[in-house]
Design a protein around this ligand. Structure first.
Ligand SMILES: C[S@@+](CC[C@H](N)C(=O)[O-])C[C@H]1O[C@@H](n2cnc3c(N)ncnc32)[C@H](O)[C@@H]1O
Length: 451
């Protein structure tokens, strides 16, 4: 990352964020080569595809929820002019500094007890030259998230023991130490090879608010009291600390949460590595946003935040630099089913290549056209397996608008169904068929149909 002279950076982006009540940090983390004003060139974001719940081929008038392929540093920089101070909730789950490379599982019906036989592909990388290189990645992104947050907004930063201590010092500096709302500990269980220490089975989620006027809906996340608490209060009037809890209403959860990790047999499991549980995101979104609010995840992986935001009636924005992650999220949204328009955007230079050769039959009966996928070949190994087909029946030669679509469920076998469309009038119509395979690779086929 290059450091720029003061005059060449976007003003007020890094290191100079002023909030009226913010104290000058009394502690500041330094590392070799720390750069307070990194080069943050704004990406050019080009629409790649649009999808509309009513399957109508019309322009999306309200700002749609957005799924963006690219590096989040340049994407957040590009979003600043439009969204500075406007995002209500940001949840991010970046690489943890584990030093590992994660694979995504892409096989079907495999024996989970035989990892050596699993079919996998590249997931994402969490390897760094050293701690300084990791902090060079994290620091400018946290600064941008602070800028993007609304005055009542909240950031949830999900990490574990590898980097959470360093991140907390960075967040104290950026947000102000007094803006730490919670340090949430997510506990879970599962097998572990460790024999020389306790099993490491918790993550840390640092929660910071932009101001003291943060939105927090405790009632939306109340949980039932433990049956033992019910028993204690039923058996003795003197129980508790002088205050009788409203046992029916439930309690505000503690700052330690148990949710099972997304395991192989869970319905929500996509195969994308380190996918977080929907329940965890549901609690975060319900507590820190209202219906209609804008929720963002800039390290979105398989898209858990987007899926839960969508289900809970929030607008969302998700980005990732991996095409597999973006296609996994897109497929998850289609399988939901779709509730709001989505625009898929791509940072210029990262446009997906046409890597798949589509064989399809196009038939017509009166004004109804039907398309069946007959075969899919990949231009490079390995072999392709179709997982998602979409059709723009009125392709304008520019922006693909997904009018009919169908996707295979995560562990489902079989082919994709025939898709059909009834044209309102006779004419000659250009069609675009888009197919995605199990590796997130794309193919497009253009045809014209006479009605
Ligand atoms: C831990 S995973 C997120 C998992 C996600 N929370 C889920 O539930 O599936 C981290 C993601 O960050 C993405 N990522 C890492 N560096 C990035 C960057 N600079 N810009 C955009 N995405 C990035 C990786 O591709 C990976 O998908």
């Amino acid at each position: 990352m290059t450091c720029l002279s003061e005059s060449s950076v976007i003003s007020d982006t890094f290191g100079s964020m002023k909030s009226p009540k913010k104290q000058k940090p009394s502690v500041r983390l330094t590392w070799n080569g720390r750069c307070d004003q990194p080069d943050a060139t704004a990406a050019v974001l080009n629409p790649w595809c649009e999808i509309h719940p009513s399957q109508v081929n019309k322009a999306i008038d309200n700002t749609p929820s957005r799924l963006i392929l690219g590096d989040n540093l340049s994407i957040m920089t590009a979003l600043l002019p439009e969204l500075a101070g406007k995002i209500d909730l940001i949840y991010v789950d970046p690489p943890f500094l584990t030093g590992k490379t994660y694979a995504a599982r892409i096989g079907r019906n495999e024996d989970s007890r035989r990892p050596s036989e699993w079919k996998t592909t590249k997931g994402y990388q969490d390897t760094w030259r050293d701690l300084g290189a990791y902090l060079d990645m994290l620091y400018p992104r946290l600064c941008l998230m602070h800028q993007l947050l609304a005055p009542t907004g909240t950031l949830y930063l999900h990490l574990d023991w590898h980097a959470s201590a360093y991140a907390r010092v960075l967040l104290d500096e950026i947000f102000g130490a007094e803006r730490l709302l919670n340090e949430i500990v997510w506990v879970y269980h599962g097998p572990s090879p460790i024999r020389s220490a306790f099993n490491r089975k918790h993550d840390t989620i640092l929660v910071y608010t932009k101001s003291r006027d943060n939105y927090f809906d405790a009632d939306a996340v109340r949980v039932a009291y433990n049956p033992l608490t019910h028993k204690t209060f039923a058996s003795s009037k003197k129980a508790g600390f002088g205050k009788i809890p409203d046992l029916k209403r439930g309690k505000v959860p503690e700052d330690w949460w148990y949710f099972p990790v997304v395991a192989r047999l869970h319905k929500e499991r996509t195969g994308y590595p380190t996918q977080k549980p929907e329940g965890l995101l549901k609690r975060i979104i319900l507590a820190s946003s209202k219906p209609g609010d804008l929720v963002a995840d800039f390290f979105s992986g398989s898209g858990t935040t987007a899926v839960m935001a969508d289900r809970l009636g929030r607008r969302w924005l998700a980005c990732d630099q991996s095409q597999l992650a973006i296609q996994t999220t897109y497929r998850r949204m289609i399988l939901e089913p779709l509730r709001q328009p989505i625009q898929l955007l791509v940072a210029e230079g990262l446009e997906p290549e046409n890597e798949l050769k589509i064989d399809a039959s196009i038939t017509r009966e009166g004004s109804e056209a039907k398309i069946e996928l007959l075969g899919l070949e990949s231009l490079h190994p390995p072999e392709a397996r179709a997982e998602l087909m979409e059709i723009d029946w009125l392709y304008n030669g520019n922006l693909f608008r997904s009018m009919s679509y169908s996707a295979l469920g995560w562990r489902k076998e079989g082919g994709l169904p025939v898709l059909s469309y009834t044209y309102p009038a006779a004419g000659s119509y250009p069609i675009c068929i888009q197919v995605c395979d199990h590796l997130g690779r794309l193919g497009r086929l253009l045809r014209t149909i006479e009605i």
